[in-house]
Design a protein around this ligand. Sequence first.
Ligand code: NAI
Ligand code: MG
Ligand code: ZN
Length: 276
Amino acid sequence: MTSRWTTAVLDTDQPGGWAVARSPEGFLFDDNGALFPREWLKRQDLAILAEHGIGHLDGEPVYLLELRSHSEVPGCQWKGLRAFMLEGDHTVYKVLAYAAQIGTWAREHRYCGNCGQAMSQVPRERAMYCQPCDLRSYPRISPSMIVLVTRGDEILLARSPRFVSGVYSTLAGFAEPGESAEDCLIREVREEVRIEVRNIQYMGSQCWPFPHSMMLGFHAEYAGGEIVCQEDEIEDAQWFNVHELPPLPASRSIARYLIDVYVARRLGHAEPVLPG
Ligand SMILES: NC(=O)C1=CN([C@@H]2O[C@H](COP(=O)(O)OP(=O)(O)OC[C@H]3O[C@@H](n4cnc5c(N)ncnc54)[C@H](O)[C@@H]3O)[C@@H](O)[C@H]2O)C=CC1
Ligand SMILES: [Mg+2]
Ligand SMILES: [Zn+2]
């Protein structure tokens, strides 16, 4: 199967193609979606900070117009990336997720972290370059572990104060320098709920562009301890029976996938597929 969307570093001097516009208010969209004819979009009154050629959708070049601020475009509105994930076409969401990460990274790497001078985009490579330092900065990706801990028919789910009211999810956390994926997982579960785990099994991964996580998903079995929630990070954590689950995360998240796979296995149902 060929993918509809492939990333590429495109020359912004070439005319034509599609473009998406991103401001701190999210992406521009109208009744036809978030992709606009690029030449039309560039004629609108937009505060363009940078332009990036980001890939091909159905063979057509796609560009990102990264804006300093949002502006009124007749017939159009602005919407955050999360809303596109929840509601929109999955391929378009992937285009926007990539655009958001490139836009954020390039915006935050306009100046060299070593000497403070302006950096420039490297042609044909996704990198920002400082000539005096001969330093290249590449897009930032933050590895994060996410794990479903289980105990027979029970699964361990927790709530962060940041979650939508009532929703419980799997435990997650960012890897620190010096850690393996397994080290990180064990530390995060220990820190967040003071539980020990064993039989760690890799389940799959997912790009999570909020703002630049790479989620590595695992299943682990309970090995010991009583739940003690980490102050400030975890509002509540409980063992839930697979027959009696609370409101769960969005269906496109790897958190939901990890839960759905385990529940399907326990109940003898067909297993879901991990959304890319
Ligand atoms: N796709 C999915 O299903 C899910 C994705 N996630 C994502 O996993 C990631 C990690 O989860 P959390 O529980 O928030 O992490 P966490 O348990 O490590 O705690 C968050 C804290 O880590 C620190 N932090 C922020 N960015 C960091 C970085 N790049 N490296 C190291 N530390 C950093 C901050 O102090 C922040 O408050 C987040 O991006 C979150 O959105 C979390 C749950 C579900
Ligand atoms: Mg966490
Ligand atoms: Zn420099």
